[in-house]
Design a protein around this ligand. Structure first.
Ligand SMILES: [Zn+2]
Ligand SMILES: [Zn+2]
Length: 235
């Protein structure tokens, strides 16, 4: 957007912090106070799930994707903001998530060369009910931030029980076989995107479907990862 247009627009529609709603400058993604509260993933990171090793329960688990990265943990202001995003899908939130996720991708995936970005789909009924797929809105923003094309590649033909109500073991069984690829993707190198990751079962089934369609290599990116630990999430 030209600078003058941006300045005029900001007089009428001030840019707002996606986490607290306070007015911010056009140069800022979020306000200073929220920036200090971000639950950033730091320290030694698991090369498979992307969490700090204290919160990883990968064990001997092997995924159909190579790796996952997330800039944040799913807690505090990030959790609150993502819950909001599921209902309103505001573009300023998507842009801020994309900004931080792209940063993590450039750092962690510096050796990877992606052909395109794709995302975890909803069923037709789920999409109709919500009016949009929040993961797709985030994935499209992320693709723009990374100057990569976005492509719809996956389908979720049938409803499954919501993953949030299930234990880790049940999540794997529940989502297994839920996704399929809409087209052949021979030799493609794909960045697969979702909003959050818990056990990794959803991303894994999407990656399985992408592999079945000929995809060569899949890396994942999410806005936030749930810290694993305790009975409910142990694998
Ligand atoms: Zn704020
Ligand atoms: Zn891990």
């Amino acid at each position: 957007m030209p600078k003058i247009t941006e300045t005029i627009l900001s007089l009428f529609f001030p840019r707002r912090c996606p986490f607290c709603g306070d007015t911010i400058s056009t140069k800022q993604q979020i306000c200073k106070l929220c920036e200090e509260k971000l639950p950033v993933v730091t320290g030694k990171i698991c090369p498979r799930c992307g969490r700090g090793i204290d919160y990883c329960r990968c064990g001997s688990l092997r995924f159909h994707f190579e790796r996952c990265v997330a800039p944040f943990y799913y807690e505090g202001i990030v959790r609150k903001s993502i819950i909001n995003f599921k209902f309103y899908a505001r573009q300023n939130s998507a842009s801020a998530y994309a900004f931080y996720t792209a940063d993590a991708i450039k750092r962690e995936y510096s050796d990877e060369h992606f052909d395109f970005v794709t995302c975890v789909p909803l069923t037709g009924a789920e999409r109709k009910k919500r009016g949009f797929n929040q993961s797709e809105i985030f994935a499209r923003s992320l693709a723009r931030e990374l100057t990569l094309p976005y492509r719809d590649t996956l389908l979720k033909p049938n409803d499954v029980r919501p993953q949030r109500d299930l234990t880790a073991k049940e999540r794997w069984r529940n989502i297994s076989g839920a996704f399929c690829a809409a087209k052949q993707l021979n030799g493609a190198h794909v960045l697969l995107v979702d909003d959050i990751v818990t056990t990794g079962a959803t991303l894994d089934d999407c990656a399985r479907a992408l592999k079945a369609a000929g995809t060569k290599r899949i890396c994942c990116a999410v806005i936030a990862c749930v810290k694993l630990g305790g009975e409910a999430h142990s694998l």
